[in-house]
Design a protein around this ligand. Structure first.
Ligand code: NAP
Ligand code: ZN
Length: 350
């Protein structure tokens, strides 16, 4: 298969910085769209992958799955977009298309293995997929999203992961005007969760470790802010929430939050991947028919639904634009929760 060499930023090992490298992109096949990348959001998953936190990274790894760009080439059978259109690509770039999950527009739960924008098995070139920290990407049109014309392009990039990852549980658990929703952690996912839950009409509470974020959270739409390290403050919301979206990236005690669920309420983990510590106490779950669940990004149709909703309600991410060369500093700042509230790389700086 013919390929072209494009500039990218990636990492060669868990203990190395992200630095310039060349990668190959395939020539468009009949169903493919080639996109010149303009902006790429920086997700905490990029950092987990670059540093092999999940023990699953194959190197070299080129992160980035919040991609916005301009279509530069389309295959002969492409109908979704044309050259010159703006396009989005998120975490998903391939799936089998035939299993029960794919048939229900749940490509992220593909039973034959979904392919991530990075560190996924590249079915075309072999090896692993390379993400959005690069000049160009080539993706099957099914996995390319249309971008609402009224939204700022750079601030739209984070919707492709942070947006859909929080939208999907809000929709699955039927959040609406009567709902009481809480969000744990005010970072990239957390700030989108607040905006989207508010957009759906819910009453929204933020749980944060960081009292300094209270003012921002209210400006983003939170009705209430609870400091999660303050036991009395936590008790004040016992038995309250229909849905809690937990975005914390590292192991933490989920039990105090289960106590704040209403009867039939669900706490959905989207951040931390791995065994819980301390272990989950089932008593409050059984006594109140409460659930602890998980959720992974969202399917392509649901991602388009979220983008269209954001277009209608003028919802975008709060971003700090960075140059590609500053990515390692951005990771360090992200680890200190020093980002308001999503870094976006200006790919013209590559
Ligand atoms: P982020 O911007 O770094 O935000 C995480 C927030 O969690 C922080 O701002 C902080 O908020 C809180 N936090 C951080 N460390 C904590 C700790 N040790 N204990 C308690 N709270 C902590 O990260 P993100 O990009 O939103 O991503 C969050 C997680 O979701 C990552 O693990 C990422 O890999 C994962 N993710 C999952 C999916 C999915 O499909 N399920 C998709 C995308 C990302 P406060 O200061 O307010 O406490
Ligand atoms: Zn992500």
């Amino acid at each position: 298969m013919n390929t072209t060499t494009v500039k990218a930023y990636g990492t060669l090992a868990a203990d190395q910085d992200v630095k310039p490298m060349d990668i190959q992109r395939r020539e468009v096949t009949a169903k493919d769209i080639e996109i010149q990348i303009m902006y790429c959001g920086v997700c905490h998953s990029d950092l987990h992958t670059a540093r092999n936190d999940w023990h699953s990274t194959t190197y070299p790894a080129v992160p980035g799955h919040e991609i916005i760009g301009k279509v530069t080439k389309v295959g002969s059978e492409v109908t979704k977009l044309k050259v010159g259109d703006f396009a989005g690509v998120g975490c998903l770039v391939d799936s089998c298309g035939t299993c029960p999950s794919c048939q229900q527009d749940l490509e992220q739960y593909c039973q034959n293995g979904w392919v991530g924008a990075y560190n996924g098995e590249d079915k075309h070139l072999g090896g692993m997929t390379y993400g959005g920290y690069s000049q160009k990407v080539v993706v099957d049109e099914h996995f390319v999203l249309k971008v609402p014309a009224n939204l700022d392009l750079a601030a739209t990039a984070p919707l492709l992961c942070a947006g859909i990852t929080t939208w999907s549980p809000l929709r699955h658990w039927n959040v609406g005007k009567e709902s009481k929703v809480a969000v744990i952690g005010l970072g990239g996912l957390g700030h989108m969760a607040i905006k989207l839950a508010k957009g759906l009409g819910a009453n929204v509470t933020l749980f944060s470790r960081t009292p300094d974020k209270t003012k921002d959270a209210k400006e983003l739409g939170a009705d209430t802010v609870i400091i999660s390290t303050d036991e009395e403050h936590m008790k004040s919301v016992a038995g309250t929430f229909d849905l809690i979206i937990d975005t914390v990236p590292y192991v933490h005690d989920v039990n105090p939050y289960v106590g704040t669920l209403n009867t039939n309420g669900t706490l959905v983990l989207v951040g931390y991947l791995g065994p819980l510590d301390p272990i989950l106490n089932t008593v409050p779950m059984i006594m109140g028919r409460k659930s602890v669940a998980g959720s992974l990004i969202g399917g392509i149709a649901e991602t388009q639904e979220m983008l269209d909703f954001c277009g209608k309600h003028n919802i975008v991410s709060e971003i700090e634009m960075i140059k590609m060369k500053d990515i390692n500093t951005a990771y360090e700042r992200m680890l200190k929760s020093d980002v308001k509230y999503r870094f976006v790389i200006d790919m013209a700086s590559l």
